[in-house]
Design a protein around this ligand. Structure first.
Ligand SMILES: [Zn+2]
Length: 76
């Protein structure tokens, strides 16, 4: 048995696994990573975004990149 024969099924399995994970993300399930990266996108252009913790309004900080919410959470 050669190494190439063993390698092929493994590669296929990895691809299937990655595809499933991508499908779950597209299916409407929002991960914490997505929520935070979306908040950062808004804060980067100095916009108020939904707080990842409480869902309230997170206002951008004055001078440093990031934001702060009334609930006390901060993204910096
Ligand atoms: Zn909050």
């Amino acid at each position: 048995m050669s190494a190439a024969l063993l390698e092929r099924p493994l590669r296929r399995a990895v691809r299937q696994c990655a595809g499933r994970r991508h499908g779950a993300g597209a299916g409407g399930e929002t991960t914490l990573e997505q929520i935070i990266s979306r908040a950062w996108e808004g804060l980067a252009v100095r916009a108020s975004v939904a707080c990842p913790l409480c869902g309230g309004a997170m206002a951008p900080l004055g001078t440093t990149p990031g934001g702060r919410c009334d609930c006390g959470s901060e993204l910096t």
